[in-house]
Design a protein around this ligand. Structure first.
Ligand SMILES: Nc1ncnc2c1ncn2[C@@H]1O[C@H](COP(=O)(O)OP(=O)(O)OP(=O)(O)O)[C@@H](O)[C@H]1O
Ligand SMILES: [Mg+2]
Length: 448
């Protein structure tokens, strides 16, 4: 369905156009002034606009540039009561798709709208393609030579060639999204879209309409048909982030897509079929979510076909200097070459990195700024947390607490405090790192 906006103060004419075009599967909205056009373009999506050059409030040519600014992919057709080559040339120069002289035949208008729409669809596809090209270099950016990272890269190359669903597990900031994009860009689907959705960022009803889309009139406020992200991802890769936070009813619908590629849009009576490759990510332990009845077992088994586990940074210490150098180049001002002092390398290797690679990137970005014109990054350029007394020793696989000095409960409290501190007191982030719900974290904090 082509969404058309007609801007013309000759209301009867506009209504007549609307009536005819609606018969040709076009969804037509009419407004009578430039101000109204600018308002509605802000609220609704259109593919093609038809503008009368002579409007009561804004000059049609001015409106053309304003609309193009507001909605760069919108195609615009100009209408005028009298043929003026000069205005025609001006509007084409400003990016109008075509130009018709009134009175024009409805068949003529309809065919120009259809052609303009074809051009717009191509433009939309091109934008997706450009985004894709920017992402294609992702795999080169997957920094790390440790055996763990070699294994991860091998698994990515192996699974990329297939359509098997992949589950990527790992703590926050370990590169789960980066891995998902790398799978896509090394797969035969690479020239098709990569679409991502974050299950924890959206409310249940929003998530449902984003995923599956809806038909016009499915609920109050559904003024137009809306394609779901699954449809947009057709023939490409669909990345479902934080799958552990998805509610069981949506899990059930998603399982059906995984099993036979079909789903029902909200308000639709027909099934929609898509061909997508799924990549899931989570930092939760899904086995225990399944045990506790929060995650569907059948979906878990489908997703679990191929698992890639991303190691936390503290378990691939040899990659730390490599990653740090990579971020130094990325964040240092152009033309300035910085390096890390030996002591800084030691400190970075000794730290626990609860926020993993993302935290390392932030630390280096900050150090690049603080060190100003100095070429060597020194310990004083690092944040306090990296020196937290005892922290470098007591965290990670090599926990060294003085014998008998701390109970498990005390250690837990200390760890919670530390993590909270490292994320600036943000409880949602802390709960994610700790692998517990926010509610659980609140309960624990009450008891401190
Ligand atoms: N091996 C790596 N090489 C280079 N950059 C990396 C690597 N791993 C992660 N990064 C960078 O670290 C940041 C965090 O990565 P990403 O967003 O993929 O993590 P995540 O596991 O999805 O985190 P979260 O669970 O918080 O969503 C990104 O900027 C990413 O580019
Ligand atoms: Mg992520």
């Amino acid at each position: 369905m082509i969404r058309v906006l007609i801007v013309d103060d000759e209301i009867q004419l506009a209504q007549a156009f609307k009536k005819q075009l609606s018969k040709e599967d076009m969804d037509v909205t009419t407004v009578a002034s430039g101000i109204e056009a600018l308002k509605i373009i802000d609220q609704e999506d259109f593919d093609v606009a038809v503008l009368d050059i002579k409007l009561p409030d804004i000059d049609g040519i001015d409106l053309l540039s304003k609309l193009r600014q507001a909605e760069p992919t919108l195609e615009i057709i100009m209408l005028t009561g009298y043929a003026s080559v000069d205005t025609a040339i001006r509007s084409m120069k400003l990016g109008a798709y075509d130009y018709l002289t009134k009175p024009c035949k409805i068949s003529e208008l309809s065919s120009v709208i259809s052609k303009a729409y074809e051009k717009k669809s191509l433009k939309d596809k091109n934008i997706l393609l450009k985004e894709h090209i920017q992402r294609i270099s992702v795999q080169d950016e997957f920094v790390g030579n440790s055996t763990q990272m070699q294994k991860v890269k091998d698994l990515i190359s192996l699974v990329a060639a297939t359509d098997t669903p992949v589950l990527i597990q790992g703590e926050t900031g370990t590169g789960k999204e980066l891995a998902a994009r790398a799978i896509h860009s090394s797969s035969p689907r690479a020239s098709n879209p990569f679409v991502a959705i974050n299950s924890s960022a959206l409310q249940e009803s929003m998530l449902e309409s984003e995923l599956f889309g809806y038909k016009k009139g499915a609920f109050t406020g559904a003024h137009n048909n809306k394609p779901g992200l699954l449809e947009i991802a057709n023939e490409g890769t669909f990345f479902v982030d934080e799958i552990g936070d998805m509610s069981p009813p949506i899990q059930a619908k998603l399982l059906r897509v995984l099993e036979n590629g079909t789903f029902m849009k909200l308000g639709d009576t027909k099934e929609t079929r898509v061909d997508v490759r799924f990549v899931f990510a989570t930092n939760k332990d899904l086995t225990s979510e399944v045990k506790e009845g929060r995650f569907r077992k059948d979906l878990f088994f489908r997703m679990n076909a191929f698992v890639i586990q991303l190691p936390p940074l503290r378990e691939k210490k040899e990659d730390i200097p490599l990653l740090a150098e990579y971020f130094l180049i990325k964040f240092a001002r152009a033309g300035i070459k910085k390096h890390l002092s030996e002591r800084v390398k030691e400190l970075l290797k000794g730290y626990y990195w609860p926020g993993n690679v993302r935290e390392l990137a932030n630390v280096i970005e900050r150090a690049c700024l603080i060190s100003m014109d100095r070429n060597e990054i020194m310990p004083e350029d690092l944040p306090e947390a990296i020196f937290t007394p005892g922290y470098n020793q007591i965290r990670g696989p090599d926990i060294k607490v003085k014998e008998g000095s701390a109970s498990l409960a005390e250690l837990e409290i200390e760890h919670i405090r530390y993590v909270l501190n490292s994320v600036g007191g943000n409880k949602s982030k802390a709960a994610r790192i700790l692998g517990i719900s926010r509610k659980k974290l609140y309960n624990k904090l009450e008891n401190i």
